[in-house]
Design a binder for this molecule. Structure first.
Ligand code: FAD
Length: 525
């Protein structure tokens, strides 16, 4: 006898968002999660050796969360979620003491660009102006809907001037876009860095619009008060309010398929949990199709697609977390006092050519000269450390297969953490005395904790032309459906991809409810 209408595998934010919507629609669901805590990448942990120091070990900078449709629909502020959006959103500190600043106020950003190049400031303004409607009327709605086949998309875009413009800019690679439009090396480096944060290969054509969209985006980086896990707690509360159950430390061994339909899961403990209507997986394609489905259920052409699914070479992050007596005081803030309240700080980056070097090192499995970025969360939310104390972190893009083998990270981790501290001190000398504790986490640690982030790929799948939109994760499994009726996908390997957007879960909710014939009118605002 099935106790549930549906089972969701994985309690990351996408699984929880899907579950909360389905609960609102009156469905009884169970989410199973292998860890002892729900939230996946929304993780905040206390340093066990230094009580009261909280660290966000995965997602920290969350883009425009408060504007996401699910944030209001699921009543997350009623459940305790609160977001902070610092005004000086990003600062790139150069070695010679300059800073390229990205403000929530576009005029201040333009003024900062103008300090480097008047022409680049004008270009920024022009692209921002041109892409605001493209973002508002095309790109944002596309990210919040079920993708359509590429031919259909192109035909629709060709009907409007904005659509044609988007298609033309997309033809370029991000690298071509930046080199064609901008002149100053620091400006170019800053723009490519932001694009790199989205982990698109800068050399690949088809993504030239990403930088223009970033320039136009009103969506800035935000942080969750109380730590990223506070959003997970709010999502869990919303799930429970709508009758959903979350079972921790429960791992599926297989998805049960009967009469050609997904009807439940069997756990590693041998328990069979049945679902009347559907199973949805927020895991990666390798886990969903190879690990959890019996061989006979995966046709040869699907297996080939799954085996060919590319994880993102450039996504893995190495993290250094520190406990501090005082926040980092950057040398550059002597001339620019506003830097004392900069949110995301980037150091080690001066020139656009560094990116190609970083890519080469990733391909070779070696460590490039350090470019790193991070924040001091307690500047904006003192609740994340004991009174008067601080926490801070820096991330660096480093290869998963260090010198050919991810296991090498366990030996190299500490030394690399030392190198990062040394570089950080060059920009903020007070760190020499301020650090009272620290720990590091490698790309291998990420995969150990969240195996869906295979190869440390925090986006759960590369953004390449055949793994985006209708074809994400691959042809035949896009649009949240799989080749097995009533088996759905709802995680970051589906459109629009990884990072904390919640949109794979949100879009999957539309698909599942419409296939079950349930009206979505009252459920989605
Ligand atoms: C170091 C780091 C920094 C990051 N920084 C940012 C950032 O600043 N901003 C941002 O937006 N994003 C960031 N990300 C990426 C972000 O965390 C992910 O893209 C996001 O969490 C993906 O959400 P999800 O719900 O699809 O998957 P996840 O959050 O990974 O959730 C999947 C869930 O499934 C569970 N699971 C896995 N395997 C199984 C299994 N076999 N059975 C049952 N359950 C299973 C996992 O335990 C997890 O709870 C970062 C990630 C890392 C690692």
């Amino acid at each position: 006898m099935a106790n549930y209408d549906g089972i969701i595998i994985g309690a990351g934010h996408n699984g929880l968002i899907l579950q909360a919507y389905l609960g609102k629609a009156g469905l009884k669901t169970l989410c199973i999660e292998r860890r002892h805590v729900a939230g996946g990448g929304l993780s905040t942990v206390e340093d066990p050796r230094h009580p009261g120091f909280l660290h966000n070990t995965h997602a920290f900078f969350q883009r425009a969360i408060t504007t996401m449709p699910w944030y209001a629909d699921l009543g997350l502020e009623r459940h305790g979620a609160r977001y902070i959006e610092p005004e000086l959103n990003v600062a790139l500190l150069t070695r010679d003491g300059d800073a390229l600043e990205w403000w929530t106020d576009i005029d201040r950003t333009v003024a900062s660009f103008a300090e480097f190049s008047r022409r680049d400031a004008d270009t920024l303004r022009r692209w921002q102006h041109e892409f605001v409607p493209i973002l508002r009327d095309i790109l944002i709605p596309e990210s919040r809907s079920v993708p359509v086949p590429p031919d259909q998309r192109r035909a629709a875009l060709e009907k409007s001037a904005a659509g044609r413009r988007l298609l033309a800019v997309s033809e370029l690679s991000p690298l071509e876009f930046v080199h064609r439009e901008f002149e100053h090396p620091t400006v170019k480096a800053g723009l490519l860095f932001f694009n790199g944060l989205r982990e698109v290969d800068l050399r690949v054509k088809g993504f030239g619009h990403h930088i223009a969209a970033l320039l136009a985006s009103p969506a800035k980086a935000q942080m969750s008060r109380g730590g990223s896990a506070a959003l997970a707690r709010a999502l869990e509360a919303s799930v429970r309010e709508n009758g959903g159950e979350i079972r921790l430390m429960t791992e599926p061994a297989r998805i049960i398929v009967e009469s050609g339909r997904a009807v439940g899961v069997e756990t590693h403990d041998g328990e069979v949990i049945r679902a009347r209507q559907f199973v949805a997986s927020s895991l990666n394609p390798t886990q969903t199709f190879i690990d959890l489905l019996d061989d006979g259920l995966v046709p040869h052409h699907i297996r080939e697609q799954v085996e060919g699914f590319q994880y993102n070479l450039l996504a893995p992050l190495f993290a250094l977390h520190v406990n501090l007596h005082e926040p980092p005081r950057y040398v550059a803030s002597a001339a620019r006092p506003e830097l004392a309240r900069a949110f995301m700080v980037i150091i080690g980056l001066d020139h656009a050519d560094q990116f190609l070097d970083i890519v080469r090192h990733h391909e070779a499995g070696t460590i490039p000269p350090t470019v790193m970025w991070g924040a001091c969360p307690t500047l904006f939310d003192p609740s994340q450390a004991p009174p008067g104390e601080h926490t801070a972190f820096m991330w660096e893009k480093l290869p998963y297969r260090l010198n050919g083998d991810p296991a090498n990270w366990d030996r190299a981790r500490e030394a690399h953490g030392n190198a990062m501290v040394a570089l950080w001190q060059q920009y903020a000398p007070n760190l020499l005395d301020a650090v009272i504790g620290r720990f590091t986490r490698s790309p291998l640690d990420v995969e150990r904790e969240l195996p869906n982030m295979r190869e440390g790929d925090l986006l759960v799948g590369a953004f390449t032309n055949d793994q985006v939109g209708y074809h994400r994760p691959f042809r035949g499994a896009g649009a949240y459906r799989t080749h097995i009726p009533r088996l759905y996908l709802c995680g970051s390997s589906s459109h629009p991809g990884g990072n904390v957007t919640g949109l794979p879960g949100y879009n999957a909710a539309h698909v599942i409810l419409s296939e079950l014939g349930i009206s979505t009118k009252e459920i989605f605002a």
